[in-house]
Design a protein around this ligand. Structure first.
Ligand code: AMP
Length: 517
């Protein structure tokens, strides 16, 4: 495979259209070039998660103010291309400015208040330029997933907001910061540091680490932590601190007490070079991915709509498709457009008739694996499912059953990790509300069982019976529970082996599905 250079918007659109027509997933990694290991980590993640990877290289004039370093920003197209070719990137979009901002261009995206604090306060208009170019790139490439670095955390928050506010059909994956051996965050601007400045620059990451260390040993008071960061900077005359803050990762508002998931931000200047860095506080020993996960899943302001008894299918579909909660570390095996909800709308004119909800393991790995996709040709899963439920065919199935999954987009192969189950349970809880008259929930296989026990019923891990143990005698098991979404009434849960994942089969549970618990 050779990497293709693309210089025009028209060629990019036709390349992406071709990729989509082959039902392949498309990744976009937006960059400004002068690539380093930080960028390449995004590219590698993109390669893992998508079939086709496009890297854009565009030094965006709209995000530099007239006094900033647009003209001096490092550019190294030949080396970039070599790196991207060795990373097996499919296409590099490197348009000239007039392709992205043709004459007459006049529409800009204003990200609101969040773009006016921290970096936004130092660089007025910066995020307006970023949001505008990112939206334009999204519309040109129309990627399934776009990859961004934690390094620019405020940018991440703004892009996630952009995607949510404008309902953009793209998933955002955030990757941890790649650092030099001494801790300095990799940055294209590091090449401009003199040897002395390079030595001093390590203070950004060192001060953040120090604050985290203090927080981990019990010092939660943000003023004390910030005072320590400022003290360290004050001792290094080469560095001028622009700001240091410890903030809520969702709002970027300062917090008074540092908690796991709080994020410390610093920006400083060494002569003409301006550097930024950040660090997410986590429990001792937590990995960068785990910390990122903590920050990205912090409660969002206004994100959860007030408890509506019955969510709209469309809004829930969007929430699931745009869910980023596992994004930092997830692998997506199924394009978002293939999700169940397409079928839910198509096959169920009235969700009130559903009496039995079936929860499978992972969302189907390929479109043809879904019983909804080709109802006339049952596959091994649907055939065994119909046997288990005692229905003859899809028509009979959809008359009173609906099928959903424990894990939707993240599971690869047969192993589903705990985090995926936890985050997908958030959607499942919402989804249960779509079916107000459900009396029975059939839970297929160990992952769906563990998810239900831990994250829907909220049971302690130690109190949950091992799945093989539970099913050992009868090949299935049942219990009656109350679920908050259904008020005080009882719902019957039937636990069965998964029809295709496990080598054991449950006997038909048809006799237990009809009557009320
Ligand atoms: P830039 O070329 O600086 O606009 O960066 C392009 C993308 O790479 C952005 O999403 C950055 O956050 C990300 N990035 C830059 N430096 C790093 C790093 N050291 N580690 C991880 N991601 C990075």
């Amino acid at each position: 495979m050779s990497t293709r250079w693309i210089f025009t918007v028209a060629e990019m659109i036709s390349f992406a259209t071709e990729v989509r027509s082959q039902t392949k997933t498309l990744a976009l990694v937006p960059t400004m070039g002068a690539l380093h290991e930080g960028h390449l980590s995004l590219v590698r993640q993109a390669r893992i998660q998508c079939d086709v990877v496009v890297v854009s290289i565009f030094v965006n004039p709209a995000q530099f103010s007239p006094t900033e370093d647009f003209a001096r920003y490092p550019r190294n197209p030949e080396k970039d291309f070599e790196l991207l070719e060795s990373a097996k990137v499919h296409a590099v979009l490197a348009p000239p400015v007039e392709e992205v901002f043709p004459a007459g261009f006049s529409t800009f995206v204003d990200p609101g208040h969040i773009a006016t604090v921290w970096e936004g306060a130092q660089r007025p208009g910066h995020f307006r330029g970023v949001a505008t170019v990112v939206l334009r790139l999204f519309n040109i490439v129309r990627p399934d997933i776009a990859f961004f670095g934690q390094k620019d955390f405020q940018q991440v928050v703004i892009i996630r907001r952009l995607v949510e506010d404008l309902n953009l059909p793209v998933r955002i994956v955030v990757c941890p910061i790649v650092r030099e051996a001494d801790g300095l965050a990799r940055s294209s601007r590091n090449v401009y540091l003199s040897a002395e400045d390079r030595r001093a620059a390590v203070l950004l990451s060192r001060s953040l680490k120090r604050a985290e260390g203090l927080a981990q040993s019990g010092e939660a008071d943000v003023e004390t932590l910030l005072a320590e960061i400022r003290r360290m900077f004050a001792a290094e005359p080469r560095l001028q601190l622009d700001y240091a803050g410890i903030v809520d990762p969702a709002t970027l508002e300062p917090v008074t007490h540092a908690l796991p998931g709080s994020i410390a931000l610093v920006a400083a200047r060494l002569g003409k070079v301006r550097l930024i860095d950040n660090l997410i506080f986590g429990p001792p020993g937590s990995s960068p991915e785990m910390k990122l996960q903590l920050a990205l899943t912090a409660p969002q302001p206004d994100r959860e709509s007030p408890a509506t008894p019955r969510p709209e299918i469309d809004s829930l579909r969007l929430k699931i498709e745009n869910c980023r909660d596992c994004a930092a570390v997830s692998s997506v095996s199924l394009p978002a457009r293939e999700f169940l909800f397409k079928y839910l709308k198509q096959d169920y004119p009235n969700l009130d008739v559903i009496r039995v909800l079936v929860i499978g393991g992972c969302a189907p790995m390929g479109p043809s694996d879904s019983p909804y996709r080709h109802p006339e040709q049952p596959n091994p899963f649907s055939t065994r499912l119909y046997e288990l439920l005692g229905v003859r065919d899809f028509a009979e199935f959809k008359a009173s059953f609906a099928l959903t999954d424990a894990a939707r987009c993240h599971a690869v192969g047969n192993r589903v990790d705990e985090r995926t189950l936890e985050y997908c349970a958030k959607h499942l809880r919402e989804e249960l509300k779509l079916f107000p008259n459900v009396q029975t929930i059939v839970i297929l296989g160990e992952y769906a069982y563990l998810q239900f026990q831990r994250h829907i019923l909220g049971r302690e891990r130690t109190s949950i019976k091992a799945f093989p143990e539970l099913l050992k005698t009868e090949g299935w098991a049942q219990e009656s529970v109350q679920l908050p979404c259904y008020g005080e009434r009882d719902v019957r849960l039937l636990y069965c082996y998964h029809p295709t994942f496990e080598n054991k089969r449950s006997p038909s549970v048809a006799a237990y599905l009809g009557s009320k618990p």
